[in-house]
Design a protein around this ligand. Sequence first.
Ligand code: ADP
Ligand code: GN1
Ligand code: MG
Length: 370
Amino acid sequence: MENKILDMDIDIIALKFGISGELISFNKYGNGNINGTYILEFSKDGDTSKYILQRINTEVFKNPFGLMKNILGVTGHIKKYYNDKGIDSSRRTLEFLPCDSGDYCFIDENGNCWRLYKFIDKAYTCETIDSAEKFCEAGRAFGEFQQILSSYDVSTLFDTIPDFHNTAKRFEVFKKAVEENSAGRLSEVKNEVDFVLSRENDTHVLTDLISDGKLPLRVTHNDTKINNILFDEKTNEGICVIDLDTVMTGLSLYDFGDCIRSGANKTAEDDPNTDNVGIDLDLYEAFVSGFLSSAGKALTDTEKEYLPFSAKLLTFECGMRFLTDYLNGDTYFRIKYPKHNLDRCRNQFKLVEDIENNMDKMKAITNKYC
Ligand code: ADP
Ligand code: GN1
Ligand code: MG
């Protein structure tokens, strides 16, 4: 699908959003695994303005109009929060523009679904973390995101991907992929399959706690990968949480665990050299301190108790998803080379092992801040 999108198409699609001025450039942008992202630059009367044009992956997000309704509600809430505090909200959350029909999605003649929002300038994203201060700031910002949305009416949000972090259900999907072996890759991944099967008991720990009413459901982001936060170029403050497609009902543990998975690894999540992989305990501590400084007051004792476990579980879940996709023939995550999903899986499983070996230390660190 992606290769079929011609330069000319981007030009035409951009015009549907009624931006005044001339489109002077557009380029692919960012490292997202799901959507197709472009940066556009317009010029008018000597001034330039930048926008993000995104093709929503409708294989993954089946109801893009419902999804945009979620996002507009959430971004409106965040905007009001900052405005009420007298803080300029323009760089604090995403601002979408309607297309000429008044909708916030434009469907092109090939059925592709597009949205457009303002580019936040003088900010950057990280694929890996280079300092404890920055990761502490990421924790504070993701915690603040959750805290701001604690006053958002959760009943108005629909699940853009049902059971997104239901690890027990994802385990069933994984077993089906093993059984079907549709891409004929099973013999190559025997060790990885055994790795997953031997950890079945972990898969239902959080779902059981939810069923027993021991963990509160909250409005959460659910994809708190470290590259889904913008840092201010000057101050290095975590200014804006982006990639809001999966904002829906969830556990605070999902947001904590997924950011540790992606940011406290000693290397990138797809580094094929697993010797480089491991949990950086200084980064873990920095994130705990930042996250608890903003989200902590609202967290229950059970939530706090399971923070270290969530780091392990979310890493395991992600590795299992990469493996499932590899077994299915790479139909979900964008890959850059044939064994990309397998490298990602092995990387995540090495991180799971390292977290298991450091679990006592992680618990002790967490307790210092609870
Ligand atoms: P995906 O769902 O595919 O991960 P994202 O929404 O995360 O897509 O966007 C991909 C990348 O584009 C981000 O990691 C970030 O680098 C960049 N990006 C997205 N939105 C903005 C924005 N408003 N301002 C600046 N950069 C952005
Ligand atoms: C995807 O879209 P992106 O790159 O932020 C995925 C996450 C995974 C992540 C792993 C909707 O995130 O769940 O953790 O890849 N998002 C979706 O890199 O499936
Ligand atoms: Mg993203």
